[in-house]
Design a protein around this ligand. Structure first.
Ligand code: HSE
Length: 432
């Protein structure tokens, strides 16, 4: 029997999912892979929770993992780019294979970590889209293709929040608390709701699928906190759902790469991906359109991806077979950077919710301001005023317009006396 001794760093939701899956399905994993994964040590800086470690040793020092000569493979499940990065660097330097779910580390340091022996020793399926084998699909299944575009729901927490707001009318803060209780959100949930987590994941997908050297700071990153129940209701009236998307598009001018909330037509596949589910839609030259969907967060769902990597590495170590994940950008010369299209040049149709004073002629002034920028209106909603001094929302769908033009028009609109508070602007998903 081939046994691979595993050390786990961290003892949060994902690490507990890993322990549970090994306990429940260890024999099945052995049957499929010929390898038995035995957890021999768990290290976490926090006090040990009431978790069955299946006989593994526990310590609060991560160094103990590195110094434990019995360990063949380390699962880094701490998160963040502090001690986790240090642990991965040291393990790889010693030649110990590492599986990580850490998108923050990969987005910022992936090229460094995957240089040299890191290519064979580091795997990161769980870093993007939870249980969905998207890394293997891009690196392996679609390896023969040139990718044209990728659209995805890649943050489970944001999708869960929008879904609950839409279905139950639950306010944002309450749903976020539920997502945290379910173990979906990051330790610092602002990473989810400010779009940073999705941007980390999109950067990894860019490096894998779109050859070149990419920089997280070149991405347009927008979160979901400005989207209200009113916006979700208006979008529904107009035939759309609001989803937080990661978008990559190859264009003649370079690659568009952005994360932001977007209106998706009700009948589109992505509109019907609900709860904590993620989905990634890839269009490529040979395979055409492919869609991958599954749980994007949660202990066992993420553990499933962690263990697929652990088994692949274990097979690689024992039989020499197994996949080697190679990022297209790992060895790229920064001088060969692919041009990320500046957000100002990106073209989208837009949803605008403009809270206005309840006065005659307001609608005409709004449309006049937009027409000065040659922006036309594809649809409009204005409900009857509820009375009193309450602002009245004017909701408009614009034609497709360059970001810089839309921004200039928004600045003009926001400055009008009749606009009562901040305008909400959401883009429509490309191709919608
Ligand atoms: N907080 C992340 C999410 C966890 O909600 O998608 C999975 O990466």
């Amino acid at each position: 029997m081939t046994v691979i001794n595993v050390g786990i760093a961290g003892l949060g939701t994902v690490a507990q999912g890993v322990l549970e899956l090994i306990r429940r399905n260890g024999a099945l994993m052995h049957q499929r892979s010929g390898v038995t994964l035995r957890v021999v040590r768990v290290a976490s800086r926090r006090e040990k929770p009431e978790v069955d470690l299946m006989g593994a040793r526990f310590s609060t020092s991560l160094e103990d993992l590195l110094n434990d000569s019995e360990i063949d493979l380390i699962l880094e499940l701490i998160g963040g780019d502090g001690v986790a990065l240090d642990l991965i660097r040291k393990a790889l330097a010693k030649g110990t294979p590492v599986v990580t779910a850490n998108k923050a580390v990969l987005a910022a340091h992936g090229n460094e970590l995957l240089a040299g022996s890191g290519k064979q020793l580091l795997r990161f399926e769980a870093s993007v889209a939870g249980a969905i084998p998207i890394i293997q699909s891009i690196s392996g299944g679609l390896a023969a293709n040139r990718l044209h575009s990728l659209f995805g729901i890649i943050n489970g927490t944001c999708n869960y929040i929008f879904g609950k707001m839409e279905a139950e009318g639950t306010p944002f803060d309450q749903v976020l608390a539920q997502a945290q209780a379910l173990g979906y959100a990051e330790a610092d949930p602002s990473f989810d709701i400010d779009g940073i987590d999705a941007a980390h994941k999109l950067t990894i997908l860019l490096a894998l699928g779109f050859t070149g050297h990419f920089d997280l700071s070149a991405l347009h990153i927008e979160g979901i906190q400005h989207v209200t129940l009113a916006d979700i209701g208006f979008a529904k009236e107009l035939g759309y759902k609001i989803k937080h998307l990661g978008i990559i598009q190859n264009t003649a001018d370079g690659v568009e790469a952005r994360v932001h909330p977007a209106l998706v037509p009700m009948n589109a596949l992505l509109a019907n991906v609900n709860d904590v589910m993620n989905a990634v839609q890839i269009n490529s030259d040979g395979a055409g359109g492919t869609l991958f969907s599954g749980p994007g967060a949660g202990g066992e769902a993420t553990a499933s991806a962690v263990l697929s990597d652990a088994l692949a590495l274990a097979q690689q170590m024992t039989t020499g077979s197994g996949l080697v994940v190679e990022t297209a950008g790992a060895d790229a010369d920064p001088a060969e950077s692919v041009n990320i299209v500046p957000m100002a040049k990106v073209v989208s149709a837009n949803y605008l919710r403009i809270p206005t004073l309840d006065q005659p002629g307001v609608f005409a002034q709004v449309t006049q301001a937009l027409s000065e920028f040659s922006i036309s209106i594809d649809a409009a909603i204005q409900h009857e005023a509820s009375g009193g001094q309450q602002p009245v929302d004017i909701v408009l769908m614009t034609n497709e317009v360059a970001e810089e033009t839309m921004n200039a028009a928004l600045a003009k609109l926001q400055g009008l006396d009749l606009v009562a508070s901040d305008i909400v602007r959401l883009r429509v998903a490309p191709g919608a």
